[in-house]
Design a protein around this ligand. Structure first.
Ligand SMILES: C[S@@+](CC[C@H](N)C(=O)[O-])C[C@H]1O[C@@H](n2cnc3c(N)ncnc32)[C@H](O)[C@@H]1O
Length: 255
């Protein structure tokens, strides 16, 4: 993306409630699968974006949450949400880079990462993030996965361009175990988590920006790419989806 496209990208993505598929129900379900093991956990939310899941975690847990993202406007926005929600004593949002988190090793009881691990790569993220988990600590992470072996050519071509590292659920479960984690639970996010919580507000934004940018082909191209992503999901949402993996650092790992 050049500078101009990046500007349009953030014009689209500014102030959306969330920056990827997800919803309260899936965050809560993932947290509930490990709640009984946790007491005032230290939680790290990586790639928090505008922080919808950060605030949801604060609502459903009694933990302390540190949320990091590399994009300053998201951090600014989340800081405000933390103050407005009355969570200042249990939460902080700060700039950070998932490639170099810079915390002391084995600091956190739980690492959370919704729709962001793809940036570093699922396997690399498991290893890299795991260094900051205490012994037997937990990780809850979403990753886009193939849900079938019978994919049509069009959807394969789309993902080969967008994210060629996409794997099946089974392949990712194998990677989880190979990387030194036990699997606690995993589940596919509902299509509501895409359509209602992410694509609906995104589509409203695109419709507005199509008017603003109607005589700017480069900007319109960025908009069209977003529309194409939504169209592919509408057509092929049984072929792929986001999967929540809830996993635990096991005795065997040696990060
Ligand atoms: C698809 S968004 C998901 C945001 C949020 N978790 C959500 O579900 O709404 C991915 C986020 O990762 C952040 N990100 C990208 N590269 C990063 C990096 N190297 N370190 C930290 N955050 C990064 C982006 O700024 C963006 O907010």
């Amino acid at each position: 993306m050049d500078k101009r496209e990046e500007k349009v990208f953030f014009d689209i993505h500014k102030d959306l409630p969330r920056e990827g598929p997800g919803n309260f129900e899936s965050t809560e379900r993932a947290y509930n699968s490990i709640k009984k093991y946790l007491n005032k956990p230290m939680i790290l939310d990586i790639g928090c974006g505008p922080g919808m899941q950060t605030i949801d975690l604060l609502k459903i847990s009694d933990g302390n949450v540190t949320a990091i993202d590399k994009h300053q406007p998201y951090i600014r926005l989340l800081k405000q949400k933390i103050v407005n929600g009355g969570y200042k004593d249990r939460a902080k949002a700060q700039l950070g880079n998932m490639f170099n988190l810079g915390f002391d090793k084995e600091t956190f009881d739980l690492i959370w990462c919704e729709s962001a691990i793809y940036t570093i790569g699922f396997e690399k993220g498991l290893i890299e993030f795991g260094k900051y988990l205490k012994r037997y600590g937990f990780m809850a992470v979403t990753e886009v996965c193939w849900l079938t072996n019978m994919k049509s050519k069009e959807v394969q071509e789309f993902w080969n361009t967008e994210y060629p590292q996409i794997k099946s659920v089974e392949e990712n479960l194998n990677l989880v175990q190979k990387s030194g984690y036990e699997i606690i639970d995993h589940f596919v996010l509902s299509s509501n988590a895409w359509m209602n919580d992410y694509y609906f507000p995104l589509k409203q934004r695109l419709d507005l920006l199509k008017l603003k940018y109607k005589s700017d082909p480069q900007a319109m191209n960025v908009i069209t790419l977003h529309e194409r992503e939504m169209e592919i999901f509408e057509k092929y949402n049984s072929d792929y989806g986001y999967v929540f993996f809830i996993i635990r650092k096991s005795l065997l790992n040696n990060f």
